[in-house]
Design a protein around this ligand. Structure first.
Ligand code: FAD
Length: 345
């Protein structure tokens, strides 16, 4: 049956004029909206306003009452909302089927999904099923108003060039968007919208791979994009042991540890900590760069941080150009002093 449906979407594209509206997938975990969901509502709002169409958030889960209201207050005109036992934990089959059915019925012209672990699984599955294109890991979105096309920009060839990709003949135009890149939507208590609660046509047998248990890893992957404070280490640390100081300062400040690519490539720390063009894009309230030169590819991932503090022994290091506060000095002298000073706060 799925194959039959898919065929309808194939061959020569679709009548794009039948597709209207901007959708965002509002990913939640354990009943909390991810930051990227709020970022997508912010970005989706701008695109929907430019195209003069409504913005719809798609919210799936179980026991997630209250989140639909929140999405409206962040700026969605409409929330398509399903609360269902079988949507309690993410499954590729379950979530794909529900969203595919919605797309078939309501025909949005654009669909944005966060490039999280779940989004990177879900996006390609949906796009394959409706036979449309997907631009993965976008860092910038624009609209070509004349052609109603989404201009989707993402790093290509290992970050050596930025490619802008369009999807001319198929709909919806689908992108996964990197967390932390777009600005979060502003919450407005007075905003009104339409919440459409629906019961998905989802049965146990639709879900081929079942999740029997969710085991949280002993060492959870660092949530860089979700953190308000990041302390990052670079090659200036001189050795992997230097990250102990970075960890101590991060802990004192209630933050997490980031890193430059040079340290990841050297095997001093895992890639999940890397900030930059080929790592994560972050915009925390406070970013402390320790022994990091400030290469353009590193800046690309952190220069939107609210307050940047740089510690580097070279007064001419480019990182000082983006820093709000700079300390010219040796990390092995400055960091222990900073940590001690924080002990006395
Ligand atoms: P360095 O550039 O070697 O800088 C070390 C700094 O530490 C120097 O400024 C030095 O003055 C200072 N220092 C040395 N000793 C001390 C000390 N004791 N105390 C204080 N300061 C000290 N980089 C990223 O970070 N993220 C990316 O995602 C990324 N993607 C890339 C993608 C491409 C396609 C390419 C080509 C490159 C990419 N890079 C990325 C690499 C980037 O160009 C730089 O090589 C890298 O950021 C340098 O890391 P660093 O600042 O730690 O090291």
């Amino acid at each position: 049956a799925i194959e039959k449906e898919e065929k309808k979407f194939r061959a020569g594209g679709v009548d794009v004029s039948l597709y209207r509206g901007v959708w965002v997938f509002a990913e939640q975990r354990d009943g909390n909206l991810l930051n990227v969901a709020i970022e997508l509502v912010g970005e989706g709002r701008k695109i929907a306003d430019a195209l003069e169409v409504p913005l719809t958030a798609v919210l799936l889960g179980n026991n997630i009452d209250g989140l639909a209201e929140k999405l409206v207050k962040y700026g969605a005109d409409e929330v398509l909302y399903a609360n269902h036992d079988l949507l309690n934990v993410y499954t590729t089959d379950g979530y794909t089927k529900v969203i595919y059915d919605l797309i078939k019925e309501r025909k949005p012209e654009i669909m944005l999904i966060g490039a999280t672990n779940i989004g990177r699984d879900l996006g390609p599955r949906i796009s394959a099923r409706v036979h449309t294109g997907l631009t993965a890991d976008c860092t910038k979105l624009d609209v070509d108003l004349e052609n109603r096309r989404l201009m989707q920009t993402r790093p290509a060839f290992g970050g050596n060039l930025m490619a802008t990709i369009v999807c001319p003949d198929h709909r919806p135009q689908m992108s996964t968007v990197r967390p932390g890149v777009m600005e979060k939507a502003k919450y407005d208590e007075n905003r009104k919208g339409n919440i459409v609660k629906f019961t998905p046509d989802l049965k146990d047998e639709d879900i081929r791979a079942k999740v029997t248990e969710v085991v949280k890893g002993g060492k959870a992957e660092v949530q860089l994009e979700e953190s308000k404070i990041i302390v990052s280490g670079g090659r200036g640390l001189g050795n992997p042991e230097g990250f102990k100081l970075i960890e101590d300062l991060a802990k004192k400040l209630g933050g997490v540890v980031g890193a430059s690519r040079a340290t990841v490539d050297a095997g001093w720390i895992e890639h999940s900590h890397q900030v930059g063009q080929t790592g994560k894009t972050v915009r925390p309230s406070l970013y402390v760069a320790c022994g990091i030169s400030g290469a353009i590819q590193h800046l690309a991932g952190m220069q939107e941080s609210k307050v940047i503090v740089a510690i580097n022994k070279d007064a001419d290091a480019p990182i000082f150009k983006v820093a709000d506060y700079g300390i010219v000095g040796d990390v092995y002298e400055v960091l222990p002093e900073l940590i001690e000073a924080l002990d006395n706060v």
